[in-house]
Design a binder for this molecule. Structure first.
Ligand code: PLP
Length: 403
């Protein structure tokens, strides 16, 4: 098999929902922590000596900056993790178990407890609930409309007296649907349930205000906003019942054991602050390109949009375009476009190795044969109409040559 080498031809990267390149600001901030030898800021943030205390100071500064950027009430509501997969798992499992223990002690909860989630959650949430099912919890699904939107009334329909936790993502990673998180969290609270949101794709694209959303927990990932990979944020509102599932030395105030990745947290804080500061300008750049791409692609006879995105609509992320190409198959489309220098994806990057249609498109009632030809473009900071035009040209070339 030929060795994989970095592409030498021009690459047009349209897969920013899968990951983004590291920004210069984060790379510069991380540099001193990655330098070799004793000159580097290599300390363990839990050590008492000066090298450790210097690392601790950097870690706590990163925590404060993240808390401020996300509008948390206090820095100690922020725990750093290895990514949003861990944050989602920690939140779902840690809150569900602790809330059940509390409900048993306080109200004599007799059942195993229930969790309500949307059908279009990321696998990190979906598969965490499969684990919770094995631990005796019942899982309820909240119905969505044809565009993936969840009406607060649909959440009410999914709630039971023993629902302990609700999880709905702030914005979907495949089709870009934005959810009314404030209203959904309020509805869960009215019924005495806690509320978690996976806000990975929302960050830097729509306003994220944890205090005004009034959620009990939330997940974020640095590499989706031009930060380093392998660094996540778990927001846990103070007082939220939580049982950590990583047993160890009790770092992160007991919320997440394991020696902290100081360089990563410093880079994550810079990237998150940057994403929040640039959000409006970023959306102003990408939304017209999103709308243009939908408009032009939908002129093609083989294209069906996966969701109905009105021009200028803020019900969807300004960065995501998702279409189904009739009679074509995602994997082959992706490889053909790759040969022409375009990086795109089918469903989400995490599940794009599978031939099964994505669970998100299935939840939107898109027929299997159509969903098998799905294509997701996710725009980045370099989005432009010229970039869109060159993609459309390559796309037509590939699809029109399809036998
Ligand atoms: N949640 C959503 C919505 C995502 O898009 C992703 C990444 O694709 C994750 C969670 C997982 O994030 P990470 O790669 O940091 O584990």
């Amino acid at each position: 098999m030929p060795a994989l080498t970095a592409p030498t031809h021009r690459v047009i990267y349209l897969d920013n929902a899968a990951t983004t390149p590291l920004c210069e600001e984060a790379a510069c901030a991380m540099e001193p922590f990655l330098a070799c030898g004793l000159e580097g800021r290599f300390g363990n943030a839990n050590s008492l000596h000066r090298v450790g205390r210097a690392a601790f100071a950097a870690l706590e500064d990163a925590r404060m900056r993240v808390a401020r950027a996300l509008h948390a009430h206090r820095p100690d509501e922020i725990a750093f993790t290895s990514g949003a997969t861990e944050s989602d798992n920690a939140a779902l499992i840690g809150i569900a178990i602790a809330a059940r223990e509390k409900a048993r002690l306080k109200h004599g909860l007799a059942s195993g407890g229930r969790i309500a989630i949307s059908r279009i959650e990321h696998d990190a949430v979906l598969n965490a609930t499969r684990l919770l099912k094995d631990l005796g919890f019942a899982i309820d699904f909240i119905e969505n409309d044809r565009n993936g939107r969840i009406d607060p009334a649909a959440l009410t329909d999914a709630l039971h007296d023993d629902t302990l936790l609700v999880s709905v993502m702030a914005a979907n990673n495949e089709v870009g649907t934005v959810q009314p998180i404030r209203e959904l969290a309020a509805r869960a609270h009215e019924h005495g349930a806690l509320f978690h949101t996976d806000a990975v794709q929302a960050l830097g694209k729509i306003e994220v205000d944890l205090a005004s959303w009034d959620v009990d927990s939330a997940s974020f990932s640095a590499h989706k906003v031009y930060g380093p990979k392998g660094v996540g944020v778990l927001y846990l509102k103070s007082g939220t019942p939580f049982r950590p599932f990583l047993a160890g030395g009790g770092q992160e105030r007991g919320l997440r054991s394991g020696t902290q990745n100081v360089a990563g947290t410093v880079g994550a804080a810079v990237a998150i602050e940057r994403a929040v500061q640039r959000r409006k300008a970023f959306a102003q750049t990408t939304m017209p390109v999103r709308d243009y791409l939908y408009g032009e692609l939908c002129k093609h006879a083989k294209i069906t949009p996966s969701v109905t995105v009105g021009s200028g609509s803020s019900d969807f992320l300004p960065t995501i375009v998702n279409v189904c190409v009739r009679g074509c198959e995602s994997q082959t489309l992706i490889m053909q476009l790759d040969l022409r220098g375009f990086c795109v994806s089918g469903g989400s990057a995490c599940s794009s190795n599978s031939l099964d249609p994505s669970h998100v498109l299935t939840a939107l009632s898109i027929p299997r044969n159509l969903a098998q030809g799905s294509l997701r473009l996710s725009l980045g900071e370099d989005a432009s109409i010229q970039q869109a035009d060159s993609f459309i040209e390559a796309f037509k070339e590939v699809v029109d040559a399809w036998s």
